[in-house]
Write a protein of this length. Structure first.
Length: 353
């Protein structure tokens, strides 16, 4: 989910003068508790431990494309303002079964360089307590534990940072703080010529009908035939032996392939390897190796020029970062049975260099 908000400094000042109501069912202290979490990454935190702090509670999910795009700002704010009284608490409410595993969340926080405490909310208890609407969602509290600002989705980064600075200065007027950080290139939608286009909606394999599926129980291994195109945008086509296993399509034998027609600039896939291992998954676009100019950060090339991704953990993999908006056919071919494909998410903004 994306929230594009281009408020002015005046709007921020008005928001600071009007304290928003607390989240649903607040406790005696304004920040609702983090009880009923299923584990902590870092030190456990109680709301009373946060007394006198400016607190940003961040609901996120480590496979969520919008959360990953928001993360650089959170990391910068934590580095800039933690010593001056800002605390961030991450609440990791999972979208998939594997992303509720504390060990998987710990690996993700280490890989992503997250330094603040994170509570795993596998049972959605904290999510429900806060009345959260989607990933990511931020709740900003002042030093007295009052909710002053919420953001659902991406942005508004600069307005939020101005608010953090104002709340910190309210407790210490002598603070000298840095200028608000510039927007990252992919977020500077106000640049002349920047455009955001309609894109393929998120594809969740759990809820997506497999095109041309054979008759029978899709939860069992079945042989699928790739029709060879033309493909329908947003539809998933399988070739070879696959089964639907709850949230994912799982390769039952190789060779096997998955084809997706999409229109977007960026494509992120949530994939998992066979249990206890890693797997090479060949990635092609429009029947050829992904052009290096359009390759996502997780795509590599072998000596023969073939493009692939090494799936070594259940997580989001950046597969495509097209230089230009357009429609394409993505094909994934895992090298081992047991490889699982969960979802695909897309972005579609072009920003001038």
């Amino acid at each position: 989910m994306r929230v594009q908000f281009f408020g002015r400094i005046l709007a921020v000042a008005l928001l600071l003068l009007t304290i928003a109501p607390g989240p649903p069912k607040p406790g005696s202290y304004g920040i609702p508790p983090f009880t009923d979490g299923t584990g902590w990454i870092g030190r456990p935190v109680r709301p009373l431990d946060l007394s006198g702090k400016v607190v940003l509670v961040d609901f996120w999910e480590y496979t969520c494309i919008n959360c990953l795009r928001t993360l650089p700002y959170l990391k910068a704010w934590y580095q800039r303002y933690h010593d001056d009284g800002l605390e961030i608490i991450g609440v990791h409410t999972p979208e998939f079964g594997f992303s509720g595993n504390v060990g998987n969340v710990r690996e993700a926080t280490q890989r992503l360089g997250i330094a603040w405490p994170v509570v795993v909310d596998a049972d959605n208890a904290i999510w429900n307590r806060y009345g959260t609407d989607g990933w990511p969602e931020e709740f900003l509290f002042d030093r007295d534990g009052r909710l002053v600002h919420t953001v659902v989705g991406e942005g508004p980064y600069q307005e939020t940072e101005l608010m953090i600075q104002s709340l910190l200065k309210a407790g210490n007027p002598k603070l000298t703080l840095p200028p608000v950080m510039a927007l990252l290139p992919q977020d500077d939608y106000t640049k002349p010529g920047a455009r955001c286009y309609p894109r393929t909606p998120e594809v969740l394999l759990e809820h997506t009908k497999i095109a041309d599926a054979p008759a029978g129980d899709v939860r069992r291994n079945a042989v699928y035939a790739d029709p060879g195109g033309p493909y329908t945008d947003g539809a998933v086509y399988l070739a070879g032996t696959w089964r639907m296993d709850g949230e994912a399509a799982v390769a039952g034998a190789v060779p096997a392939a998955l084809v997706l027609r999409y229109h977007a600039t960026q494509l992120v896939g949530v994939l998992a390897p066979p249990k206890g291992g890693s797997v090479r998954v060949a990635v092609t676009e429009d029947g050829a190796p992904v052009p290096k100019a359009d390759a996502g950060s997780d795509v590599h090339y072998d000596d023969g020029g073939a493009s692939y991704v090494t799936v070594d953990a259940p997580r989001a993999y950046e597969l495509i970062m097209n230089a230009k908006m357009g429609s394409h056919d993505l094909r994934l071919a895992p090298a081992a049975p047991g490889t699982a494909v969960y979802s695909f998410a897309f972005e579609s903004c072009e920003v001038p260099n």
